[in-house]
Design a protein around this ligand. Structure first.
Ligand code: B1M
Length: 210
């Protein structure tokens, strides 16, 4: 089994100590950080997702996988954050109200930081009011929203409506992402763009502030 496959397997098994050791070995062996993320760490979550859906894995096991993934991401993060960029636009990011998923959001945060954006992460379960306050306080050029549940997708619309009602809509570009979303949904709720993944988010954000 290749080293990256072993990392994926250890993420799936929730074995965070092995994920730590193998990720460090891959870094020391010169494997590019993005490759470790895509083909090792996230590949592990790709094994988890269908098993959770089919009922073969339960929440505590998925939490262990998420913890193992976070352990690996912690090690590669400083390497991803060395990309030079003179942009330094501010990107405010959060998972919307009612939604506790943070793996995708954290990945977006890491990739945006690596792209030279000044990132403000408001966390998870963030209400429309908290987004509005965050925009007033941090004055971002771009706002990113994450939702993983079909039941929380509409919190994105509520948030965009609250930003509009607060008179702030023209001051920010809004990007949305998360597994259940699709481009037409983003358009329908009045977002400026849909991001299929974290790299697409970085590219769209860079184009919007260029
Ligand atoms: Co949850 N969960 N979960 N979960 N969970 C899903 C989303 C689900 C699809 C699984 C399933 O049943 N098939 C399902 C949703 C079904 C639906 O709504 N139709 C589900 C459910 C039902 C639930 C609970 C309700 C379960 C329960 O309690 N009965 C509960 C809800 C809690 C809540 O939020 N209120 C719940 C809980 C959990 C855990 C706590 C166990 C755990 C989260 C741990 C954590 O985040 N710290 C968890 C997990 C891990 C998952 C799955 C298995 C994996 C999600 C993930 O992290 N993927 C997920 C199954 C799936 O997605 N197929 C599932 C990896 C991550 C990198 O991908 O987040 O898609 P993703 O991010 C991608 C892109 O989407 C994009 O970039 C990333 C890649 O580069 N992206 C953005 C994401 N956000 C972006 C924002 C942007 C741009 C791009 O902004 C601009």
């Amino acid at each position: 089994m290749s080293d990256l496959k072993k990392i994926a397997e250890a993420v799936f098994e929730g074995d965070y100590e092995t994920v730590h050791d193998l990720t460090q070995q891959a870094i020391d062996g010169g494997v590019p950080a993005m490759e470790i993320v895509s083909n090792g760490l996230l590949a592990g979550m790709d094994i988890v997702a269908p098993k959770f859906k089919s009922g073969e894995m339960f929440i505590p096991e998925v939490m262990m996988s998420a913890k193992a993934l976070a352990e690996g991401l912690k090690l590669v993060k400083p390497l991803l954050s060395t990309d030079e960029s003179d942009g330094m636009a501010t990107f405010l990011m959060a998972t919307v109200k009612g939604d506790l998923h943070d793996i995708g959001k954290n990945l977006v945060v890491m990739i945006m930081e690596s792209g030279g954006f000044n990132v403000v992460d408001l966390g998870i379960d963030v209400s429309p009011e908290q987004f509005v306050e965050g925009i007033k306080k941090h004055k971002p050029q771009i706002v990113g929203m994450c939702a993983l549940l079909t039941t929380t997708m509409m919190a994105m619309k509520e948030t965009i409506d609250a930003i509009t009602e607060a008179g702030l809509r023209d001051s920010v570009k809004i990007l949305v992402g998360g597994a259940p979303l699709y481009p037409e949904f983003a358009e329908k709720i009045g977002a400026d763009g849909y991001c299929v993944d974290a790299v697409a988010c970085k590219e769209m954000a860079a184009a919007l502030v260029a």
